[in-house]
Structures are given as structure tokens and as C-alpha cells.
Design a protein around this ligand. Sequence first.
Ligand code: SF4
Length: 369
Amino acid sequence: MSVPSTTRPTDDLSRLLQVRQVYAEPAALASRRGQQVLGRFPGAEVVEVPSHWEIPELHGNEGNVERWVRVKSETLVLGVKKSLTARPNGRSANWIAPSTANGCAMACAYCYVPRQKGYANPITVFTNIEQITGYLRRHVARQGPKTEPDQCDPQAWVYDLGENSDCSVDALVSDNVADLVATFAELPTAKASFATKYVNRQLLELDPRGRTRIRFSVMPEDDARVLDIRTSRVAERIAAVDDFVEAGYEVHLNLSPVVLREGWEADWAQLLRRLDDELSPRPRRRRRPRSSCSPTTGTCTRSTSGGTRRPRSCSGGRTCSSPSAARTAAGTCATATTSSAPGSPGCRNSSRRMRRGCASGMPSEFVST
Ligand code: SF4
């Protein structure tokens, strides 16, 4: 099903970002990418800073907590990414790619991204994109072909791009994400992957050639209304799936976070039925079973190429979310990692889970290729 967008990209940009101030390292300011970002926000005041990490009036200013969303809307930071490393992951991705941004213009209640950024979390754009894509190309080449399937992908080495940001919003600010999508389109042994809660239809104009996996996070509307602040509505994310498949993306749905509250099972069942009703057959195609959960015994195991193990963020039983409701008419087992709003009674593993990618939860079983 293809639902036409009713929101133009420029509307999206001005809804999320009315940038008044750009803190910039001199090298980032002088770069082509830095100039591109400034060109998108021509009225912004530029403040030079020695380092994107050393901005006391931003990250060290306790008063910014009161202005949390306003700072996200009105401030950007430009920096140069110095340490280029790909960290092993092994869950939804084989590697965590070096960031091309951190921070986010959205403001989900459970977001872990600000954990190292003090009292403010605006978007920082790293402008040395050629160095980052060059590093990734060399890293992919060093791996050679993937010879054994694993839970990340049967054939490709998967690189998570959005550990510290939401790439769909980053793409409004600069062409870094477009450059990453173009890079992976040329790498037949690798695949990019990022989770998102934002529908940026500008991404439909790119040519990912199946080498970028976009993971829309979905949850019942009642949860999203109070937890997902400034994001695209869940209905809009679901409506975008077919269009992104059509544009050549691999699309997954992350079923997360699962908040244990009165009525959660019924609301999740309703959401899964909705996915079954609204998605066309291609996105619903099942790749292969990856999980084996027993709601009756309270056990939850996930098969990997190396054997069977308990998922890191599953404590079994109490937090295992595999009710029969999580089985759609299409026969797809939509096993999700359970998480709860921090501080809620069901929140047993959120701190560990929060270290993962952008509120992404475990890989969903809704897959399109
Ligand atoms: S959870 Fe993701 S989308 Fe939400 S504020 Fe954090 S980075 Fe942004």
C-alpha cells in the first residue's frame, strides 16, 4: 500500500529545527560539509569552539534541562570525528560504524543518547564524511565475504549507522546519510542499518540498491503518545514501509519498546493485526525464524549461528514478550524485547538495553528484501 506524503520535507525541517546558533570547530566550519549545513540555516549565528565536546554553556549548563527541547530545536554543533573505529556488535548488526552525528532533534522519554552529553543533546554533525566513508570501505574490504549466516544477516556484514542519533533526521541537516547510503550501495558484501522513528521522505530519492536496512520502530499509539516526543506518528511510520521497500531499502519493523502496563497485550495484538492488514505481502515476507519463546514456561531463547542463548536483554518469563497475540495471521513471529519506561515497575533491564542503538530494541521479524 502506498500512502502519499502529506508533509513536505521543508515543513518537516522547520517543524523540528529552527536553528539560531551553530557551535563549530574551525576545521568543521571550513569543510565542504560544514558549509552545506550552514547553507541550510542561513540565519544562524556561528560560534567557534575548540572542540565539539568542550562547549560549557551547552553541555555543562544545568539550566539547559529546562530548555531541553528548545536547545534541540535551536542549536547545532559541527565537529570533526577523530577516532574512526568499527566496534563489534553481534546483535542487530555485526559492527557499529563510526558515527557521522550524535544527538537528536526528537525527544523520546526513554532515550539513552544524551548519556554522555551533559545537560543538552542537540545534533552534532561530523563533517569529515569522506574520511568516515573511506574508513568504512577499507573495513568492509578487510572482512572479505561473509561465509556463514548469522542473526544479523544471512550474507552481508551489517554496519549500524545510528547508534547515537536518528539518521532520518540527520538527513534533513546534511548529506552525510545520503553519502553513507551511496557508499553501501557499492559494497556487495555489506549492508548499512539504522533504526528510526521519523519518516523522512527525502530518503526515498536515494538509490540504496538493497544495501541499506531501515528499521522503523513501532509501538501502540497509546504508548507512543506519551513516550515518543516529536517523532513521526506510528501510523505514518507504518504507512511509509511499502514506499521505502519500493525505493530499494530493506525495511524492518522494531517492535519496541514494550511497556508493561494494564492492557499492553491487547494493544500490541491490535498493532500486530494492523500491520498484517496494512502492509502489502512483500514487506510481510518472513525471512526465517530467529527466536523461540515459550510464554507458558517463561523461557526465551534466540538461535544464533553459534548455538542457542538467552538474549542479553531478556530476563525470561516476566519480561519475555511472546504472547500468542504476537503471532500474526501471516505466520510471522513478532518477538520483541521487552522494555519499560525507566522507573516503571516492569523496568528490569532498561539500563542494559539503553546502551543499544536508537531505541531500536531487538531485530524484528518483519523483513522485506
Ligand atoms: S530514542 Fe532515537 S529518535 Fe528518540 S530522541 Fe533518542 S535518538 Fe532521537
